[in-house]
Design a protein around this ligand. Structure first.
Ligand SMILES: C[S@@+](CC[C@H](N)C(=O)[O-])C[C@H]1O[C@@H](n2cnc3c(N)ncnc32)[C@H](O)[C@@H]1O
Length: 208
């Protein structure tokens, strides 16, 4: 692993070879900067924020520009922000520092994840699906830790269903050993877009 020192006190950890999707995401974060900057923290996270501990370590998986991670930092959590897009992470670092928080951001490919067992108090995974993360999320949450998961769902009306979309019921099956606080599958209107999309949501606690 190489470490890249930024002009700021923080740094972004860099892997040797860029992920094949990294260029596409870097391009999106460069050309759609207003869209990503204006995205608010997730309604789901805000609605269930009473479940957050006063302090602890949170993983923001596929964090993008950090709208949700910043929300967790403001709630007192230490946030580890991981993504393949260096462009998104650079902006995340600026946003954290502007708000007075020390960022911990790394370029990290979640298609081949490893995390220590029972390390995180909170894991959030928004608008991203990589099935290899499921067992790692299960093992790396501390007992009593909370998972917030929200991403797109395959639907019968999809002309070209993506493998990056969940099957109906899949999220619930994957975390069936957890105590389910909320599970839902519903049609939503995307913020800033005209289209409607099916999403699945799960808020669940790892048993003690
Ligand atoms: C739709 S964005 C969601 C960003 C953020 N979670 C949010 O809700 O604002 C999907 C993110 O997944 C990241 N991503 C795609 N493939 C990845 C991978 N293999 N490992 C880590 N991050 C990845 C992209 O760079 C992008 O930031």
């Amino acid at each position: 692993m190489n470490f890249v020192r930024k002009s700021t006190a923080s740094f972004i950890k860099k892997i040797n070879m860029a992920h094949p999707d990294a260029n596409r995401w870097n391009e999106r974060y460069s050309t759609e900067v207003d869209f990503w900057t204006e995205l608010q923290p997730s309604q789901l996270l805000k609605k269930y924020s009473h479940l957050l501990p006063i302090r602890g370590v949170a993983l923001d998986a596929a964090c993008g520009m950090g709208r949700n991670g910043l929300y967790l930092a403001k709630r007192g959590l230490r946030v580890i922000s991981l993504d393949i897009s260096e462009t998104a992470l650079s902006r995340l670092v600026q946003r954290f520092e502007k708000e007075g928080f020390e960022p911990a951001a790394a370029i990290y490919d979640l298609s081949n994840p490893w995390f220590p067992d029972e390390y995180f108090d909170i894991i959030i995974n928004f608008r991203f699906l990589e099935r290899n993360t499921f067992p790692v999320y299960r093992s790396s949450l501390k007992p009593g830790g909370i998972l917030f998961f929200e991403t797109f769902l395959k639907h019968n009306n999809d002309a070209h269903p993506s493998t990056n979309y969940l099957e109906s019921g899949e999220l619930l099956d994957e975390f069936q050993q957890f105590q389910v606080i909320l599970w839902d599958e519903k049609l939503i209107t995307q913020v800033g877009e005209q289209t409607q999309k099916w999403i699945a949501q799960l808020v669940a606690r790892k048993p003690d």
